[in-house]
Write a protein that binds this ligand. Structure first.
Ligand SMILES: Cc1cc2nc3c(=O)[nH]c(=O)nc-3n(C[C@H](O)[C@H](O)[C@H](O)COP(=O)(O)O)c2cc1C
Length: 242
């Protein structure tokens, strides 16, 4: 979790790569993918030429390594977001660049790389993976803490450390089109995420990504909890006596 916390702070979407992942790295990525996969959300890692020649959207260049996030019949989108983001942060902690892709990949090529479990399983997103120039500049634009929580700076700083760390970490989570379709309600022993936009069908998956970041931020302060999800509201409740 602490490796993922460091990775979350350094990560940004890389679209221009210098090299694909090596054979050894792909072996490690496959192990990580298997460890993170569940019955309903699977991660398949591969390398294929043409995977990033998109029919729509901007092309990814310089790599042929990818991970496909597959959702089965009963998969919830927020689980795809949580599991996919854990994988993204594992890649980042291995020093690899990534970018979540809803559109910018070639679906026909991706389909040809996947052995589906049944007729219901589908690719939800693809993640590009590869080496990149770490000295390249990047810009991160995010909503303010006030916009996300309703707290002004002085009140926010009085919140318990774990809640500040969790919200700060969720604030830098990636989302489709950088829409950040979430608001955080900081309660006594919990944090609630409300999905505030559909974001072209990616809103729930985006919120799953932010949920993973909340968990990682809280864990950085030694605080752990459980999620309950209902009607677009996800509640992270901890056993907290601080
Ligand atoms: C579900 C999802 C789908 C995305 N799809 C694309 C895409 O098709 N093409 C692309 O270039 N970036 C895509 N992105 C990357 C976002 O544009 C990026 O995460 C966002 O702008 C925030 O920037 P950052 O990741 O550098 O912090 C996607 C991100 C998410 C979470």
């Amino acid at each position: 979790m602490e490796r993922w916390f460091d990775a979350a702070r350094k990560r940004y979407s890389v679209r221009k790569y210098t090299e694909s992942a090596s054979r050894d790295e792909i072996r490690c990525l496959k192990e990580a993918a298997e460890a993170l996969s569940t019955d309903s959300v699977r991660i398949v890692v591969g390398k294929k030429s043409g995977i990033f020649n998109p029919l729509i959207g901007k092309a990814i260049s310089g790599t042929e390594t990818f991970a496909a996030i597959l959702c089965g019949a009963n998969a919830e989108d927020y689980m795809a977001g949580m599991i996919g983001e854990a994988f993204v942060l594992e890649c980042a902690s291995m020093g690899l660049g990534t970018c979540w892709l809803g559109l910018s990949y070639n679906k026909r090529v991706a389909d040809s790389c996947v052995k589906y479990k049944d007729e219901y399983e589908k690719i939800r997103c693809v993640i590009s993976i590869g080496h990149y120039d770490k000295s390249a500049e990047f810009k991160r634009s995010r909503k303010t803490i006030y916009d996300l929580t309703g707290y002004v700076d002085t009140a926010y700083r009085k919140l318990p450390d774990w809640q500040q760390a969790a919200v700060n970490c969720a604030r830098i989570a990636p989302s489709a089109r950088n829409a950040q379709p979430w608001e955080f309600d900081v309660l006594n022993d919990s944090i609630q995420i409300a999905q505030v936009a559909r974001n072209f069908g990616y809103g729930e998956l985006d919120c799953g990504i932010a949920m993973m970041h909340i968990e990682i931020g809280a864990a950085h302060c030694g605080v752990y909890g459980d999620w309950t999800v209902e009607d677009g509201l996800a509640l992270f409740k901890v056993d907290y006596n601080g």
